[in-house]
Design a protein around this ligand. Structure first.
Ligand code: ADP
Ligand code: MG
Length: 236
């Protein structure tokens, strides 16, 4: 009951959060849950990078995002924080199945995202898994059914959606495409299209890339609804 009240208060704070006010520069000024706040603190993240300051408030409010900012600008937290918060506010549990899917172009990047998720998500109770191949499809599938958050590569994820019964995506709340430009450059466009076909239409989608390429806006047109454009330009 107490817990429920806290979540309602948090939701209220998110709804009231003023997007037009001067951008926050610290995580502590954003309406975040206690588990996320503690996870960020324990990981020594206190100041927001530019892309985080611009994207996280919209992400928290459930908006679709098309974000472009160069490598090293902190895009990972720009999507992981809204992912954790959305599932927390929805009181997501193991019985709710898959709540968030994060697609990365390569195994290495997927592993990196997963490690950041484990760090900042350590005080949450969600289950999270990597779907990047390396194990048999069946072994992977057995674990998938119990996951709340998956970090995956497009080809492998599509294989599961097409071929195994281990995964139920009907409740999915958030889809993230990280390094969307590289996903396209590596020839995964049709895999991502096919993957998105499996997902519920009613969901939040965040798409991040290092560049603003024509190909990325094509992908955005397919998967984003009235997106907020976030672009961080290099200082000249
Ligand atoms: P990108 O995905 O844009 O290339 P990353 O999310 O990988 O960037 O972050 C790049 C580096 O910056 C990482 O070492 C990360 O730990 C660090 N970093 C990200 N956000 C912050 C922050 N708010 N404060 C301090 N360091 C940060
Ligand atoms: Mg990145």
């Amino acid at each position: 009951k107490r817990d429920q009240e806290d979540r309602e208060k948090l939701q209220h704070a998110v709804d009231e959060f003023d997007l037009k006010a001067e951008a926050s520069t610290k995580f502590s000024t954003l309406p975040l849950s206690q588990p996320t706040t503690s996870g960020l603190e324990a990981s020594h993240f206190s100041n927001l990078t530019d892309v985080q300051a611009q994207a996280i408030p919209f992400g928290l409010k459930g908006r679709d995002i098309l974000g472009a900012a160069k490598t090293g600008s902190g895009k990972t937290l720009a999507f992981l924080v809204p992912v954790l918060e959305k599932l927390y506010r929805a009181q997501w549990t193991e019985y709710d199945g898959l709540g968030a899917m994060i697609i990365s172009p390569t195994r290495e990047l997927a592993v990196q995202i997963f490690e950041v998720l484990r760090k900042i998500g350590r005080y949450h109770t969600f289950s999270a898994g990597l779907v990047i191949g390396g194990k048999s499809l069946r072994e992977e599938a057995e674990r998938l059914g119990r996951m709340n958050i998956l970090v995956c590569t497009p080809g492998r994820m599509l294989q599961h959606l097409d071929q195994t019964a281990g995964i139920d995506v009907d409740n999915l709340q958030i889809l993230v495409l990280d390094e969307a430009d590289r996903i396209m450059d590596m020839g995964f466009t049709s895999a991502v299209d096919a993957l998105v076909e499996h997902l519920p239409k009613e969901r939040q989608t965040m798409l991040f890339s290092a560049t603003q390429s024509k190909k990325v806006s094509d992908l955005a047109r397919l998967s984003l609804k009235d997106p907020e454009y976030v672009a961080v330009h290099e200082a000249s």
